[in-house]
Each structure stands twice: as C-alpha cells, then as structure tokens.
Design a protein around this ligand. Sequence first.
Ligand code: WQD
Length: 346
Amino acid sequence: MKNSSKILVTGGAGFIGSHAVVELTEAGFEPVIVDNFSNSQESALKGIEAILGHEVKCHRVDCTDTQALREVFVSEKDIAGVIHFAAYKAVGESVAEPLKYYHNNVGSLVALLQVMEEFTVTNLVFSSSCTVYGIPDALPVTEATPVKKANSPYGNTKQICEDILSDLANSGTQIKSIALRYFNPIGAHASAKIGELPLGIPNNLVPFITQTAAGIREKLTVFGNDYDTPDGTNIRDYIHVVDLAKAHVVAINKLLFGNTQKLEIYNVGTGKGNSVLEVIQAFEKASGQKLNYQIGPRREGDVPKIYADVTKATHELGFKTETSLEEALRSAWNWQMHLEKQTVSK
Ligand code: WQD
C-alpha cells in the first residue's frame, strides 16, 4: 500500500534502525530519524543515503529528554506512528552499569509515551527481546511462554518496558502498541552500505566471526561445548536483519491500517535454532574462509538454547522470514569486507 505516512524512528542510525529506515522508505513511508549517536555512527546516515538516493531527515536528540522530544513532535507535523529502537543492548555492559541501562532504556520509553500522549500520536512499535524469556522450560518459546526473571539488567529493562506498555494499555490510553521480541539479528543489507558497527571488541557471535575471518581478531572462542545440545554448543534463532526490519513495516501497517488490541506482542525469529558450531560451518561455506576458533569455558549468564515459535506473527501479521542462515552470514561477510575497504581507503 503506497502511503506517505510519516514514521518517527528512534535509534534510526543504529544496526536494526538503519535497516528499518530503508525498508520503511521502500514501502512508501516517510521515516524521520531521532538518534543521539551515543551508540551509533553518522556513517550510517551516509549508507542509508547511498541506498535510497536521498537523505533521510535526522534529529540529533536524546530520547530521555522529554522537552527535546516535544520540539521534534512540534517540528514534525502529522506523525502517523513511532518505532522505538533507541536503547542500549549489551548484556555484559548492563551488569557493570545498570543505572545507565535503566535510565536510557526505561527513561526513553516513558518520555516518548508521555510526548506521544500529549500530541495524540497513537501508534507505537516497540523493540523488545527474547531475553525476556530468560532460560525457557520448553522450546520453541511462544508469546504465552511465562516471562521469567531476566538474567541481566538489560533483559530486565525490556521486561519493565513491556510492563509499562501493558499498564498503559489498561489505562484507557489511545496509544496502540506492538512489541516485537527479537531473537538474534545478524547480517547486513545486500548493498553492504549499512550493517552492524560494534564499537570495540564485539560481544556478539557473528561480528566476532567476521572480524576473526578478516584478521582483526586472532581467533574466536566458542563459549562452551558441554551444553545439553546435539553438538554441545548453545542454540539460538538467528534472523537476518533485513527480515527483521521488514517485520517492523508489517507491524506499523497493522497499527495504521489494520485493527489491533491496545498491546500485541510477537516473536520475531526464523522459528529455527542453530548451534554455534553450525553457525561457524555455515559461515565457512558462505564466505569460503576457514575460521580459526577454539573451545573455551562457558560465558556467565548464557541461555543454553532458545528459538522462537513464530506461529502468531505468521498468522496475525502474515510475516515469515525469507533469508537462510548461510545467506545472512554471506551478507555479514560482505559488510565486513566493505568496512575493510573503507578503512584501507582512509
Ligand atoms: C550468541 C551465541 C554465545 C560470542 C544477545 C543479547 C540479546 C540480543 C542478541 C538484543 C551464544 C556464543 C558469542 C563469542 C561465542 N540483543 N558466542 N563466542 O547472547 O544470544 O544475545 O544478542 O536484543 O538480547 O543478549 O547473542 O551473539 O552474544 O551469542 O561462543 O565470542 O554465541 O555463547 O551462545 P546472545 P551473542
């Protein structure tokens, strides 16, 4: 459906946000980015422009700053909806700096909702996470799987944010929200002009793999191979970031043009689990690179295995992922090589 509805995308210069800005534009929406660049880089704006052939407007604003958000809503007339990505997401960092995470992740949602109510902007897509499930008792996890005590402050902020949306939904608000529980986003846009830009040593598996293959890291350490899984290594649901971005287009369409309850929650994954060793093998096949890795000790706080039941998103949103693990890993490798070229050319 062609429409020029204006969508505010907080964290729109980030990994998932930048891919969502591209997909929203290609679906006929008019995204406007709100980002304070505390965990993203201006180069993402250039990458988006290179893909779309035009600039996307960006307000350099901290989403915990209610007054600054008000000024954005004043200057951007007729906002049809908001997609809220802006948050910190490093599990380990959240254990070391919990207040930074509670202030930013919870504070930004509260500030945003207050301003949305003031301006009667009534459609919100919220970036949640499978971390709300903790260590599930049964797999695959459905949206009805009991939310357990999160095993990190980061995961707890996502649980608190979902509680805020639930309490707001029960308060008679006009705001309708869709919370998307992401599994493990990987890969990059086919153009290799936008992708994951981890600052410093990557926490996540796939950027560590691509940096090892590029010679930036000496070797990958597999965090444990003594888990109760077929090959002993952890299992996750790895979803290509472009598929994940498309899920946001489907969700905002549902809010604007469909009918929903005041709050709906959906798992967004492939519905398939892959182990760390399977990811390594798929990467070697996709890239033609032999990966240097060793088996090391378990990582504190790791969930042994989790992957999504995607029935609800399939039935209610008509959403299904289209990209295989190997294709997603190939796109991650292409992005890494693009980054190398950029570094060399500087
Ligand atoms: C994946 C698997 C590790 C690095 C995190 C966040 C989650 C979400 C996605 C935002 C695990 C193993 C990793 C390494 C390894 N982010 N691994 N060696 O922990 O599943 O989830 O990112 O929503 O909220 O918690 O992702 O990529 O860190 O780990 O063996 O050097 O790879 O043990 O099994 P994780 P990850």
